[in-house]
Design a protein around this ligand. Sequence first.
Ligand code: HEM
Length: 150
Amino acid sequence: MTDILADFYLWNKTLHIISVISWMAGLLYLPRLFVNHVEHAPVGSETSEVFKGMEYRLLRYIMNPAMIATWIFGLCLAFTPGIVDWSAWYPYVKTAMILGMTVFHMWLSKCRKKFDRDENSRSAKAYRIANEIPTVMMIVIVIMIVGRPF
Ligand code: HEM
């Protein structure tokens, strides 16, 4: 099994990076949609229904599959022999960030359901602040896996 993972290492990493980019695009775009939904689409308006459709499709057809693919290819990379230096700190910091991103994804999914039921209670400012969270986590991840400072 580990031989197969080693043979497919570069393809695995390619697919991992493609999925990461797709997942990140959604994690950055969905909170922006929420900001605009709050500011420009009052409950019951036609625009609000358009936003609901956009939010549903982004999460269902892009973000959920991209998150699952990122995890699958990432775990395959993690089990490839000799790829990760488990005696260093960087893989554990990356893992903490990935778990944070996954929790953030689930929180966005909960927010989307609230918008769908016209029950959102958060302000546009709250979603603007939330928008910074995946950016910070992404920067830390890239520093960990490429710069490997520790
Ligand atoms: C979701 C669970 C994830 C797992 C289990 C995972 C695991 C891994 C592993 C084991 C590697 C191989 C390291 C190497 O080749 O040196 C890797 C590479 C990489 N990961 Fe992840 N990762 C995940 C999510 C992410 C996320 C969220 C990002 C970015 C925001 C990311 C960005 C990258 C990049 C850019 C590489 C290539 C690094 C290089 O070639 O130097 N990964 N990942």
